[in-house]
Ligand binder design. Structure first.
Ligand SMILES: [Zn+2]
Length: 208
């Protein structure tokens, strides 16, 4: 119970940070965490602006996305989160956002594949580009889960981002670094094109 209350507070804190960093707007995006040692997930509810959330708004759902506890509705994107927890036993938190630079790449479907920033290489690893499927559908949830098996940072075509972590803090950090990486790639493309790091440089960074 104490764990749950602490997780609820942390979900609210992360939601506020997403909003204040411009990584979500309106009611977009969602944050979830697995309750340790259980098959339940705590999640931000549907239809509430992230900057107005309070811990009592956070809902508890099961692995099928069904409401277990809480007075608000689960987001339609809950199945996407649940499928990730199903395939990744090491993941305890998922952040889904609509950051503008990442979403720009998502809408042009240009991959975020150029190794230009050491921090992005270390924090994100390879970034997956998930094919488009209608938000809130089982089709999208399954496509996301398939990509999540081998990636911690995902771009959803024409939609936004998903990042995973062993904690809420780690999942959030990955969203922040992913957006910074997309922003720098965009700027360096405008400035004549980035000069990617060599395979040897990437190897040395990965060994750190
Ligand atoms: Zn979304």
């Amino acid at each position: 119970m104490k764990d749950e209350e602490e997780l609820k507070r942390k979900i609210v804190e992360i939601s506020m940070r997403l909003y204040h960093k411009g990584l979500v707007v309106g009611t977009g995006g969602n944050v979830t965490a697995r309750i340790p040692g259980s098959t339940y997930i705590l999640a931000t509810p549907s239809g509430v602006r992230k900057e107005l959330l309070s811990p009592r708004d956070i809902i508890k759902v099961d692995m099928d996305g069904r409401l277990v506890e809480g007075r608000l509705r689960p987001t339609s994107e809950t199945p996407m989160h649940a499928e990730i927890y199903r395939v990744r036993g090491d993941v305890n938190a998922v952040v889904h956002a609509h950051p503008p630079y990442c979403t720009g790449f998502a809408c042009t479907r240009l991959p975020l594949g150029s190794p230009i920033l050491p921090e992005a290489i270390v924090v994100l690893g390879e970034v997956a580009l998930v094919e488009y499927a209608t938000p809130g559908t089982r089709e999208l949830a399954l496509k996301v889960a398939e990509a999540a098996e081998a990636h911690d940072a995902l771009i959803l075509a024409n939609h936004g981002t998903i990042t995973l972590g062993s904690s809420l803090e780690e999942a959030y950090l990955r969203t922040e670094v992913l957006e910074e990486y997309a922003r720098v790639l965009f700027i360096s493309t405008l400035l004549g094109g980035p000069k990617p790091l060599s395979a040897g440089d990437v190897e040395r960074i990965r060994e750190l």
